[in-house]
Ligand binder design. Structure first.
Ligand SMILES: [Zn+2]
Length: 392
């Protein structure tokens, strides 16, 4: 009896293990079609002079590459592949040569990788290793490899000595097939941008963003005097910009330091909050996100919390959870979890809704973060990542 129990625990563990880490959702495109290679991993290593991204598959993969400027992005399509749900979809890269890599099941049979990179800073090349690995290098791509790019010389760069330390080592017998890439003209930028928007799933979505407080209501005030209403607006405006760049339609409850209700400072709390809900409900937006900064009597409280209405839908939970996770990934705050609440704005909106407490304005360190341009940009990016994850 004991043995059976032990065995079943082990089995359960093995079954659950691939999904540990939170990104357990199955592909949007359902089951893997037989005969397709599975993309099993994506590794990023950052060197002083280059970034190497290695994509692992359990079978043969080919690829097609295109480049796009303003902003610089390299798209790598892997036909006849299926993305394992355990592969992280969005990885930030701390390098001047590449900023971020995103991977998604682009359609039923193609996995697409998008690398955000600044054109003109170094070079890039994409090549195939022993059939089941695709390697992308960004930065100071060495000359030997570059000449191979032209001559399709397969012997270049098979010497381990040219591989910088820490970069995944390549087997010497691996054959390198360096593919030519197509530079996409500026004129085609729109077409490629549409594809990128499809990748994030944000194109065509309508989203109401509610910067908490405003006007006569400052919200919480930090130890050095920073007002919550200022931070919520700064973050919200950047969220708007990022979402619109991805093709979403954004409705703002306010875009200046003001109350939302036409009664302004004379409105009751309920009238003010209902005015915010009315905007989302009238526009029939797909989701509603209210942005706030947390505050506590003790300065020691820190972290990020996602809230959704206690009687809300599973969708509201998912939205709250993903926005919170996206934020924490960007601003590295303590995880205070995704919690139920009874806040007016999430209770009286008709669509999946969340109220997110980005960080504690009452904590000196987090107040400083919220008072910095870098902090605002990161927080906004985190919220947008969460929204993209929700729709992805
Ligand atoms: Zn607030």
């Amino acid at each position: 009896m004991k043995k059976i129990l032990f065995l079943s625990i082990c089995l359960l563990h093995v079954l659950l293990l691939p999904f540990a880490g939170g990104r357990a959702e199955a592909s949007d495109f359902g089951e893997r079609v037989s005969g397709m290679a599975e993309i099993t991993g994506l590794r990023v290593s950052v060197q002083d002079d280059k970034v190497r991204i290695v994509v692992d598959a359990d079978g043969e993969v080919s690829f097609k590459t295109s480049a796009l400027s303003n902003p610089g992005r390299i798209l790598v399509d892997l036909p006849n592949t299926w993305l394992s749900p355990k592969v992280g979809k969005n990885t930030q890269i701390d390098s001047e040569y590449a900023k971020r890599v995103r991977v998604a099941q682009h359609d039923k049979t193609t996995v697409r990788i998008v690398v955000e990179t600044e054109m003109g800073k170094g070079r890039y090349r994409v090549f195939n290793l022993s059939g089941n690995r695709v390697v992308m290098d960004f930065g100071k791509v060495d000359d030997a490899a570059e000449s191979a790019d032209v001559s399709e010389n397969t012997s270049a760069n098979t010497d381990d000595s040219v591989v910088p330390e820490g970069v995944p080592k390549l087997d010497p017998e691996d054959k390198i097939n360096i593919a030519k890439y197509e530079e996409t003209d500026e004129g085609d930028a729109d077409a490629v941008d549409v594809q990128i928007a499809n990748l994030t799933g944000l194109k065509g979505r309508s989203i109401t963003i509610d910067p908490g407080h405003g006007g006569s209501d400052s919200g919480a005030i930090g130890p050095s005097g920073l007002m919550e209403k200022t931070v919520t607006l700064n973050v919200a405006m950047e969220v708007k910009r990022l979402l619109e760049a991805e093709g979403a339609t954004v409705y703002m409850t306010r875009t200046t330091d003001t109350e939302v209700s036409p009664k302004k400072a004379h409105a009751t709390d309920i009238e003010e909050l209902q005015a915010r809900c009315d905007i989302a409900n009238r526009k029939k937006s797909d989701i509603f996100i209210s942005i706030h900064m947390d505050s506590f009597s003790s300065e020691t409280a820190t972290g990020t919390t996602g809230y959704y209405y206690e009687k809300g839908s599973k969708k509201s939970f998912e939205l709250a959870d993903k926005v919170r996770a996206g934020l924490i990934e960007q601003i590295r705050t303590k995880n205070r979890g995704t919690r139920t609440c009874n806040f007016y704005v999430v209770r009286h909106t008709d669509m999946p809704a969340t109220l997110v407490e980005v960080a504690f304005i009452s904590n000196r360190r987090e107040e400083a973060l919220l008072n910095s341009k870098a902090g605002i940009l990161k927080a906004a990016q985190g919220i947008v990542d969460g929204i993209a994850d929700y729709f992805g």
